[in-house]
Design a protein around this ligand. Structure first.
Ligand SMILES: *Cc1c(COP(=O)(O)O)cnc(C)c1O
Length: 362
């Protein structure tokens, strides 16, 4: 079978060892004689997988005692709704709009509460992270929301805003598990799995326990399935969870642990990003539009400055075995997503291909 380097932003590349392990267990998990896909979610065997995934995530990320790990469906998108529905008390929240996902979190929340945009980088096509002035933050906001890594535009918050007692909420969909995180700085962290954690189907929510409310007085009409409490009270087994996705996340977490945990991931990711950004910065053809200090470690965007040439690059790259390098449909250009599972050899091979393409086309 032809092997390619997959630079997709998501669903994205998974570690080859993980895929092989999943393949070896596909028809029969352990001595159960059943595939994980065929198991009752109430079985002892599945519960073992489920709880192991939670405890591995807690261990790998260093999740403190007073946080719960929840598995929810509906993608990161559904968190744009669940957050305002569940955290609403005073009816106000602050948002930094640094791209499309951050913008959706802001606009969706606006259906339920007063959603205040404290800053935006829309003026320069989201190519930087705005400097924040904490005197402009809403004093009695129910939460303060950021999208920590902007998958489409290739920026990230290198420094977190200081929100004092206001719970900081982070969409970590495209950066979770890429480097160590101090969880205690956050009220809620959420991430869809399909960027850096596993296949699509499950979204992980790490929530400080005091933010899990009975919603009786403020938002009495929140549906059962949209309440964090439903998931927290039932160990995310109130209804059938996406069992196979959770199993795959467990395998990815085992792989991360075996490969040195999040500090090793950080070193590995910084190395890949610097190889690629250096190649772009020293090229006469390619450029990266992002402010240097705000560059993402996970999603590297670049352009030639000529749309036709961008298209040619993407087509020829694909023929040479470098796939999914097209930028998001809203921005065009190129984007190489270099999540944990992308090996250094993949980035080095891409850089060599870029050099060759530049020679042949200038
Ligand atoms: C991919 C992505 C989303 C959307 O995730 P879905 O699971 O498709 O809802 C939201 N936020 C960020 C940062 C993303 O990268």
């Amino acid at each position: 079978m032809k092997k390619v380097y997959n630079f997709s932003a998501g669903p994205a590349v998974l570690p080859e060892e993980v895929l092989k392990k999943a393949a070896s267990e596909l028809t029969a998990y352990g001595d159960t004689g059943q595939s994980v896909m065929e198991m009752s979610h109430r079985s002892k065997e599945y519960e073992g997988i489920h709880n192991e995934c939670i405890s591995l995530l807690k261990e790998v990320m260093g999740v403190p005692e007073n946080y719960k790990v929840l598995f929810i469906q509906g993608g990161a998108h559904m968190q744009f709704e669940m957050l305002p529905l569940n955290l609403k008390k005073n009816g106000k929240a602050d948002f930094v709009v640094t791209g499309q996902w951050a913008g959706k979190a802001h606009s969706e929340a606006g259906n339920y509460l007063e959603a205040n945009m404290v800053a935006s980088s829309k003026d320069k096509t989201f190519s930087y992270i705005p400097k924040l002035d904490s005197t402009t933050f809403t004093k009695d906001a129910d939460y303060f929301h950021i999208c920590q890594n902007n998958t489409i535009f290739g920026t990230r918050f290198a420094e977190l805003p200081d929100t004092g007692n206001i719970p900081l909420i982070s969409d970590m969909s495209s950066c979770i598990l890429s480097e160590p995180v101090e969880i205690s700085k956050f009220g809620v962290i959420y991430a869809c799995a399909q960027k850096n954690m596993g296949p699509s189907g499950v979204t992980v929510v790490i929530i400080r326990e005091d933010l899990i409310h009975d919603l009786s007085d403020v938002t009495p009409h929140v549906p059962t399935m949209l309440r964090y409490k439903t998931y927290a009270d039932n160990n995310s087994l109130y209804n059938t969870p996406p069992t196979y996705s959770i199993y795959m996340c467990k395998l990815v977490l085992e792989w991360i642990k075996a490969n040195g945990g999040l500090s090793a991931m950080k070193t590995h990711n910084e190395k890949k990003a610097s190889i690629l950004y250096d190649a772009i910065d020293t090229s006469k053809m390619f450029s990266n539009p992002v402010a240097k200090e705000d560059r993402s470690l996970m999603n590297v965007t670049f352009v030639t400055g000529n749309e036709e040439l961008d298209k040619k690059f993407i087509t020829e790259a694909k023929t040479s075995g470098f796939v999914n390098l097209g930028g998001h449909r809203s921005v065009g250009g190129m984007r190489a997503s270099i999540y944990n599972s992308m090996p250094i050899s993949g980035v080095e091979a891409l850089v060599n291909f870029m050099k060759k393409f530049e020679e042949e086309n200038s």
